[in-house]
Design a protein around this ligand. Structure first.
Ligand SMILES: [Zn+2]
Length: 477
């Protein structure tokens, strides 16, 4: 029997919060077992040559939507496969009751085991779930979900109050299938999450989708009454950054009142980021962390509208070039905690050519490392270690995976993204190995692309192909 299972030789290790070191890394039983300047190749079963490559910790894609529009097993199989392409080895997926997903409601005590059994055996990456308590009874389940089900993060959608946004109907209750989904519900939910956080040794937090519903109602009506243009610019005008600012004010104010740890998800605009910064300065005692997505960093509605189609419809909407630059500035200066994909596989036929009924969301998980390296490291001077913090270490810490995921240290899961920092690729739909049949990032040229992805010590992706069978496991947090 060999001393090591896998030896990654000749590469440069990227260690979050530390920097880069030229070292070999060996694994045993799925864990990082040795790091040294040189390790003997005859002591490992498999040797992977990483000369000239950067060896990153596998990305933790902290914002994902398995099973939102397609059956959970199909999304688990096809969308986590896409994650491997980009060096992501863990996905943290949102789930809620109500329309889409399983299209039903009820206690998570009954529904969450059904979610887990639907995904088991299909995922190529490790995975966990954030759950959204949609009614009062589910709020009562928070502490048991933390203590017994390995769920340490929850979600509230500030824009579901009042009306259903993805169809012409304004019946919010038909969509959420809840009783009272409003700030009163949010306050109770924050109390429950704060209590669970106080009782747990890991961080228990609430993530918020910040767009303000009543203002959206007004601006959507204004856009519809002004000739109803079928563009992504119109969609942004209908849900303007002001709605994010107001929602951020509400969310952070209630977080302070309840002492709840929060994550502000997918801040899409310079205005939203400014509001988040101001809240952090005004309320330094609140544990608040900020997320941005790849698409809000990289895409603009004007470039997508010039190309045509509604594939880029997403909530919050794609904004302007000034917004992308403001968000990058927040990434560079450390305001932003992590970058995620908000991956939601949505086929072209679900988008159609009508703006309002088109389903929101699209995939991007395969581009986490490529875009952070290309646009963040090469173009804006982020260090490799900072890139690793943004897509791996920081989300792992925020969501209760520290000590296991998100770093290259002895005893951690041997999840690796081995990346050629100078390999140039033009993004195509086919390259990403997703089930999605279009890609809003199509045609983008990136420099920096994974050549191999290792999940718990075994090579799962190599030079464009996934290897073996889906070995992803649920990570209780
Ligand atoms: Zn999302």
């Amino acid at each position: 029997m060999s001393r090591y299972d896998l030896l990654v030789r000749g590469g440069t290790l990227v260690v979050p919060y530390l920097g880069t070191i030229r070292a070999d890394l060996a694994t045993k039983d799925g864990k990082v077992a040795a790091i040294a300047v040189s390790l003997p190749p005859d002591e490992a079963d498999t040797v992977l040559d990483a000369t000239g490559k950067l060896v990153f910790p596998g990305a933790v894609d902290a914002h994902f939507h398995l099973g939102i529009y397609r059956p959970l097993p199909v999304d688990a199989a096809e969308e986590t496969r896409s994650s491997l392409v980009g060096g992501a080895t863990t996905v943290l997926s949102y789930f809620r009751t109500g329309q889409h997903y399983l299209n039903k409601t009820g206690p998570y005590a009954g529904i969450f085991p059904e979610v887990l059994s639907s995904v088991a055996g299909h995922a190529w990456t490790d995975y966990g779930f954030h759950l959204a308590p949609m009614d009062t009874a589910q709020v009562g389940e928070v502490s048991s979900l933390v203590e017994e089900s390995g769920v340490s993060s929850f979600k509230y959608y500030m824009f579901y109050k009042g009306f259903n946004l993805s169809a012409d109907s304004r019946d919010a209750k038909a969509f959420t299938m809840s009783d009272e989904y409003d700030l009163g519900h949010l306050y109770q939910l924050m109390e429950a999450v704060a209590a669970a956080n106080g009782a747990s040794d890991r961080r228990v937090s609430l993530s918020l989708h910040c767009e303000q519903a009543e203002l959206m109602r007004l601006f959507i009506d204004r856009v519809r009454n002004s000739g109803d243009p079928q563009t992504l610019k119109a969609y942004s005008d209908a849900r303007p950054p002001l709605t994010e600012r107001v929602a951020i004010g509400e969310a952070t104010t209630l977080a302070r009142a309840t002492d709840c740890a929060i994550n502000l998800l997918h801040l899409s605009s310079g205005e939203a980021l400014a509001a988040a910064r101001e809240a952090r300065i005004a309320m330094p005692e609140v544990d608040m962390r900020f997320e941005v997505t790849l698409h809000h960093l990289c895409l603009t509605h004007s470039e997508l509208d010039a190309r045509g189609g509604l594939g880029g419809k997403v909530n919050p909407p794609i904004r302007t070039a000034a917004d992308t630059e403001a968000l990058w500035a927040g990434v560079v200066d450390g305001t932003v905690g992590w970058v995620a994909s908000d991956h939601a596989c949505c086929l072209e036929q679900e988008k159609g050519d009508q703006l309002w009924p088109a389903l929101p969301g699209f995939g991007g998980t395969a581009l986490l490392y490529p875009i952070l390296i290309s646009e963040g490291m090469h173009r804006r001077g982020l260090s490799p270690a900072r890139v690793a913090e943004l897509v791996s270490a920081n989300p792992a810490r925020a969501y209760g995976l520290d000590g296991r995921k998100g770093n290259l240290l002895i005893g951690y899961d041997a999840d690796l993204a081995i990346i050629d920092p100078d390999l140039e690729q033009e993004v195509t739909t086919d390259l990403l190995l997703s089930g999605q049949d279009h890609c809003p990032f199509e045609g983008r040229k990136v420099r920096g692309w994974p050549v191999a992805t290792v999940l718990r010590g075994e090579i799962a992706y190599l030079n464009g192909e996934v290897l073996g069978s889906p070995r992803g496991a649920f990570v209780a947090r």
